[in-house]
Write a protein that binds this ligand. Structure first.
Ligand code: AMP
Length: 145
């Protein structure tokens, strides 16, 4: 897929705008987020332009994600953080600002600025089974493959 000339991350891939590069591979790039929520906040992206995760071919996603464990390990080692959130936003409603798939690697410290609520809910009777069945059916149709 051709890179999008209007996309800031495609411009980083093309070297048109600079970045603090961490990984530079055939299918993936990692660099430090320019607006870090914690020091060492890193982004892992595919070199090709895909707007959201669900538009990525499985092989392209696999080629990007295969470097995620090493990136998390290096960020943990260098920052000495206690933990890491791996976060991936799809769509504006989910907080996606840059429409080029990216995975946030966010170091966590007790006194860090970044936090989020996890407002766990409950299913109505039967709802969990019907939702699981619908998603299973969708997956078995090969919709996402
Ligand atoms: P999201 O809200 O998930 O789309 O996150 C986009 C992230 O990209 C934000 O955390 C921005 O700080 C980061 N970002 C935007 N432009 C750049 C850039 N030129 N270099 C590095 N990070 C960037």
């Amino acid at each position: 897929m051709p890179n999008d000339p209007d996309c800031v991350f495609c411009k980083i891939v093309a070297g048109v705008i600079p970045c603090a590069k961490l990984l530079d591979e055939e299918h993936a790039l990692a660099f430090l987020d320019i607006g870090p929520v914690a020091p060492g906040h890193a982004l892992l992206i595919p070199r090709d332009h895909y707007e959201t995760m669900d538009t990525m071919p499985p092989d392209a996603a696999a080629a990007m994600f295969r470097r995620l464990p090493a990136l998390v390990k290096a960020v943990r080692a260098v920052t000495g953080c206690e933990g890491v959130n791996v976060l991936q936003n799809n769509g504006a409603i989910a907080g996606q600002v840059v429409p080029h798939v990216h995975v946030h690697v966010i170091p966590r410290e007790p006194a860090g600025r970044f936090s989020f609520n996890w407002p766990a809910g409950q299913y109505e009777k039967g709802q969990i089974d019907s939702l699981a069945r619908a998603i299973r059916e969708r997956l078995s149709q090969g919709e996402m493959q």
